[in-house]
Design a protein around this ligand. Structure first.
Ligand SMILES: *Cc1c(COP(=O)(O)O)cnc(C)c1O
Length: 228
């Protein structure tokens, strides 16, 4: 991807987000664009940052740490969105601002214990296996209330909301169903944890459906940086 292509893609995407918001009567300012830069070089992140993007998502720890090093002169917010093994939490607790892929208490506890006192609490989302796929990461909806209560009580993390990666579909109505279930799950949790404010849902192929169902943060890779 050339410099120009990335800036152009971001402009197009901001337009898509604006139109999708208007179509459901939402303020586009309530939707954060998270640029997913996994497998893409630091130079591509730099181009996206030059075009005004501040939030970046990474899936692979080593790769992310190298990019952070190369981009230390920029003020960026880093989100860990990939599978997280509980024995790899320390660098995530020390270097990231958000983790979207928490699906067990052990991981959340370690992130809380390992979050340096010099930094603000680490923002967490619980990842829900919203389509109920056998092989997928994430917890089941039935497990969510108990885990959310325990994670919300940890001292050095702030539970912000929920994340999901539904089974892909080309049909807008089919795309909306799992996003609606995630929104309903967040609404139910807000009764006891009113601070929850984040629905991390929607990728390049389904961001309109996610916004229609209340996404507050969309995670976009391909439509910014090109195919992986
Ligand atoms: C790769 C990835 C994305 C971005 O997907 P695109 O389809 O390329 O926009 C979003 N969320 C997660 C968790 C990912 O791993």
């Amino acid at each position: 991807m050339t410099e120009l292509a990335i800036a152009k893609n971001i402009a197009k995407l901001e337009n898509r987000i604006r139109i999708a918001s208007q179509n459901c009567g939402r303020d586009p300012a309530g939707i954060t664009l998270l640029a997913v830069s996994k497998t893409k070089p630091a130079a591509a992140v730099r181009e996206a940052a030059a075009a005004g993007v501040r939030e970046f998502g990474e899936n692979y720890l080593q790769e992310a740490l190298e990019k952070m090093e190369a981009l230390a002169d920029l003020e960026l917010t880093w989100h860990f969105i990939g599978p997280l093994q509980s024995n790899k939490t320390r660098p995530v607790a020390e270097r990231f601002d958000w983790v979207h892929s928490v699906d067990r208490l052990k991981t959340a506890r370690r992130l809380s214990e390992q979050r340096p006192d010099t930094l603000p609490p680490l923002n967490l989302c619980l990842q829900v296996n919203i389509s109920g796929e056998e092989s997928k990461a994430g917890l089941r909806l039935a497990e969510l209330p108990a885990l959310a209560t325990e994670v919300a009580a940890l001292p050095r993390v702030t539970l912000r909301g929920l994340m999901a990666i539904p089974a892909p579909s080309d049909d807008p109505a089919t795309q909306r169903e799992p996003f609606a279930r995630l929104r309903e799950a967040l609404t139910a949790l807000q009764v006891t944890i009113p601070e929850l404010d984040t629905l991390s849902m929607g990728m390049s192929g389904d961001l309109e459906a996610a916004i229609a169902e209340g996404a507050t943060l969309v995670r976009i890779g391909t439509d910014i940086f090109g195919p992986r």
